[in-house]
Ligand binder design. Structure first.
Ligand code: GDP
Ligand code: MG
Length: 310
């Protein structure tokens, strides 16, 4: 029996903040694909999910938005994003449909692309991997705007594919998955189907809590939340997970907890469900909130919370 070699690769999802990167990663990973922990030698950061098919695996690496960093935390986040780009086997650059303004902005070679997208594009150009531009949020734009966006990005030579999708509704996401799989070269299965190694698990689980918090509090608390996994107890068919969410100010703590604790419960429920997907067992999540003043400006705190210098 002949068998084709296994194919795999790291797929970096890049784009300015709020363009839908995390939503797309979640959508691609979907219900049938579980996030398990990477093998110990896989040291890359911010691995959010594995897209699997018959004989292939794509490791999706989400990036914090690439933007002009203004403080120590954001400097590190942007550095992570750039490293992920350099290491990627395939890059998905996410953009939104452009507003049709007629006149358009003047940006030299690529008139009428957004300046913040252009900044990302410059980084994508410096990376070597093949790249797709993914036009997300097509559900929220007119057909004309989508077509115009496809046309403008079509003129940018860096990209091998241009794929319109809606991460929110899932429209055209299966086609994107197919295009991703078609680009993978021979490589190892980085993730094993059932194995969960405990080393990076706290990081992954903490990341799930942080994502849920981001998702619910989107505009209100950008990057001022961090999560520390205090304890994970494995019982028969149940994991008890103790996590603490840190914010920088009392006022933020109030927002996270919400009226009558409602917001914190919502965040906890979402995170718990996703942890159950990762761990394959029921999860009891004990989630608390604490104020850690100015953690994002304190190098020692950053280190503690899992944002090491390099
Ligand atoms: P990120 O900062 O790039 O990771 O963006 P997120 O994934 O956090 O999404 C930012 C916001 O855009 C959230 O409110 C999402 O619900 C929303 N969003 C993401 N994808 C879509 C989409 O396809 N359509 C619409 N209408 N909204 C979306
Ligand atoms: Mg995100």
């Amino acid at each position: 029996m002949t068998s084709l070699p296994f194919r795999s690769g790291f797929v970096c999802v890049a784009g300015r903040p709020n363009v839908g990167k995390s939503t797309l990663v979640n959508r691609l990973v979907g219900r049938d694909v579980s996030i398990t922990s990477p093998k110990p030698q896989t040291t890359r950061n911010r691995i959010l999910g594995v897209l699997r098919g018959d004989g292939w695996q794509a490791v999706l690496v989400d990036t914090p938005g690439i933007h002009q960093p203004s403080d120590p935390l954001n400097t590190r986040l942007v550095r992570y994003a750039l490293t992920a780009l350099q290491d990627a086997d395939l890059i998905l650059m996410l953009v939104e449909p452009l507003h049709q303004t007629g006149a358009g902005q003047r940006n030299g070679r690529h008139a009428a692309l957004r300046n913040d997208d252009l900044r990302v594009l410059e980084h994508v150009r410096e990376a070597k991997a093949p790249a797709f531009v993914v036009v997300n949020k097509v559900d929220a734009a007119s057909e004309a705007a989508v077509l115009e966006t496809l046309r403008r990005y079509g003129a940018v030579k860096r990209f091998d594919e241009i794929v319109p999708v809606s991460a929110l509704t899932g429209r055209n996401v299966p086609r994107l998955a197919k295009l991703i799989s078609a680009r993978l070269g021979p490589g190892p299965p980085y993730f094993e189907p059932d194995q969960v190694t405990d080393q990076p698990l706290p990081h992954l689980l903490g990341e799930l809590v942080r994502q849920e918090a981001f998702r619910r509090l989107n505009e209100e608390l950008p990057y001022s939340t961090a999560v520390r996994l205090e304890r994970i107890e494995a019982k028969e068919n149940l994991h008890v997970v103790h996590a603490r969410l840190f914010v920088e100010r009392d006022s933020q703590k109030g927002i996270v907890i919400g009226k009558g604790g409602r917001m914190l419960r919502t965040i906890g429920q979402g995170a718990r469900r996703r942890m159950e997907g990762v761990l394959g067992t029921r999860v009891y999540l004990e989630l608390t909130v604490a104020v850690l003043q100015n953690w994002s400006r304190d190098p020692r705190r950053l280190q503690e919370l899992g944002y090491p210098e390099e």
